[in-house]
Design a protein around this ligand. Structure first.
Ligand SMILES: Cc1ncc(COP(=O)(O)O)c(C=O)c1O
Length: 388
């Protein structure tokens, strides 16, 4: 009789499933870019594709992309690591610093994959709470680490799904105040940076001062390359050396590396888009607040909004009159109503309604201007109908 036993610890781990709606017209659920590469970038990629060497394995190490990043960020290439999306780097960091009996600290509510990677690495989850407004409380995190003694601390800044940007001062306080390695997940930092501003807001500006952290970035968001899976880490050469031990050889394909390099070398083409997303986000935030939602102060390419009590009550009643039989409290019913009604109109957002910390929460990625107008019109229509 065949006896199949998964590795210990995997029993509790559920397979990660992504909501797919193949016929959705507006896909604003995964914080991707809603347009393809800028034409000039695409042309350069096409040109390079003609002579591309497909038959060889990718370079070991970080290759040309690593050199370009190192030069631009004024660091040695030993301070750069590249991954198959920043997801791979997060996962491998958990493998490298976690393990049986070790704790890894990560925020909540935040990127749900942190807990999954911790479990996959057979480590103990040590979640720490963000404030009710979605910020990291530096003193509380330092005290938490002193007590729990994690072997790795993860910080998400700006935070997904709330979007909050934490001050550099607070981030530095943590780097100076904890004794374990720190991963600063800055997947959305490009959207926080005012394109023309010289004010430092990223921990990248602390690279010369601290050697206990890595800053993770990705090409999936601001560069719109989610399909190619490229992320990178910058910082402590010591930490990088340790993570490198658990990477597979040739773990990032050479075509993705080439396209990411072309994108990075043409950053300016993406700036305009980032600026547009920032302005759409700020506009949308005002509109949603005007409808009676609590909207988190996002510095990313998405917004998280929750119905306030009064609105939740109206939407929950309206859901019943429409024949829905949602379970949970009013906020959760209200969020699910919005999610379902948008879905009926082929608009896919991310539903956090049932999340205990984000009751009724909906996360909306900023799409094109036209898409945003459509999404807002539907949400407005639902809220107005609930008023009647
Ligand atoms: C906070 C955060 N970190 C990391 C990632 C992973 O991004 P990728 O693997 O595409 O680089 C995501 C993706 O949504 C994210 O939201």
């Amino acid at each position: 009789m065949l006896e199949i036993k998964a590795r210990q610890g995997l029993e509790q781990l559920e397979e990660y499933k992504v909501e797919m709606v193949p016929n959705a017209d507006i896909v604003v659920n995964a914080n991707e870019a809603n347009w393809n590469l800028p034409k000039d970038v695409l042309l350069q990629v096409q040109y390079k594709t003609q002579e591309f060497i497909f038959n060889r394995y990718p370079p070991m190490g970080t290759g040309d992309l690593g050199e370009v990043l190192a030069e631009d960020l004024h660091v040695g290439s030993d301070k750069i690591i590249i991954g198959n999306g920043s997801s791979e780097l997060l996962e491998k960091a958990c493998f490298a610093f976690g393990g049986a009996g070790r704790k890894i600290a990560f925020p909540y509510p935040s990127f749900s994959m942190y807990g999954v990677y911790v479990q996959m690495a057979d480590s103990i989850s040590a979640p720490y709470a963000l404030t009710a407004e979605g910020y990291v409380n530096a003193d509380a995190v330092i005290a938490f680490c002193a007590k729990e003694k994690p072997s790795l601390l993860i910080i998400c800044n700006p935070n997904n799904p709330t979007g909050n940007l934490n001050s550099l001062e607070n981030m530095e306080k943590i780097l100076a105040g904890v004794s374990c390695p720190v991963i600063m997940d800055e997947a959305y930092m490009e959207f926080a940076q005012e394109p023309e501003s010289s004010k430092e807001i990223s921990t990248l500006s602390l690279l010369d001062k601290y050697n206990n952290f890595l800053c993770f970035r990705t090409f999936s968001k601001a560069y719109g390359l989610a399909g190619l899976r490229v992320g990178y880490g910058i910082g402590s050469d010591k930490l990088i050396g340790i993570i490198q031990k658990v990477l597979m050889p040739y773990h990032v394909n050479s075509y993705s590396l080439m396209v990411a390099q072309v994108a990075y070398e043409n950053k300016t083409f993406f700036r305009e888009r980032v600026q547009l997303i920032r302005s759409e986000r700020n506009k949308m935030r005002g509109e949603l607040a005007g409808l009676g939602f609590k909207v988190f102060p996002s510095e990313t390419n998405f917004l998280l909004f929750l119905p306030t009590e009064k609105l939740a009550c109206k939407l929950a009643v309206y859901a019943e009159t429409k024949g829905y039989q949602f379970t949970g409290n009013n906020a959760s019913k209200a969020g699910t109503l919005i999610f379902q009604e948008l879905l009926q109109r082929k608009i896919l957002v991310r539903n956090f309604s049932g999340n205990f910390y984000l009751p009724g929460g909906i996360r909306l990625t900023m799409g094109t201007e036209k898409e945003n107008v459509k999404v807002l019109a539907v949400i407005t229509e639902i809220c107005k109908s609930a008023e009647e």
